[in-house]
Write a protein that binds this ligand. Structure first.
Ligand SMILES: [Zn+2]
Length: 97
């Protein structure tokens, strides 16, 4: 579906944030640690990119689950697990790099 890919690529470029950058920012976003400018860019990418919108929704749900576990290093462990989960998910379903 070249038309779809072209549209996704254009949208991503229009909004100034790549999917890779979004992945790097997602934990800060979910922890409310982004500046208002970063948050605005993040959310405009989410509005234009279904892949990332799905990813962030899954991340949020996973964080809720992990947040209920005991332990003081949940945050670092959760981040590692989520990144691994994302790599698998991305490898399995995403047509772009
Ligand atoms: Zn994206």
């Amino acid at each position: 579906m070249p038309d779809l890919l072209t549209r996704l690529f254009r949208r991503r470029r229009d909004h100034g944030l790549t999917c890779r950058e979004l992945v790097e920012l997602v934990t800060d976003y979910l922890e409310d640690a982004l500046s208002s400018a970063e948050r605005a860019r993040f959310e405009s990418h989410l509005g234009a990119c279904e892949d990332c919108a799905t990813y962030v929704r899954q991340m949020r749900e996973t964080l809720v689950v992990l947040g209920q576990l005991p332990g003081e290093t949940v945050s670092a462990r959760a981040e590692a697990q989520l990144r691994a989960t994302f790599r698998e998910w991305k490898a399995g379903s995403a047509p772009h790099s």
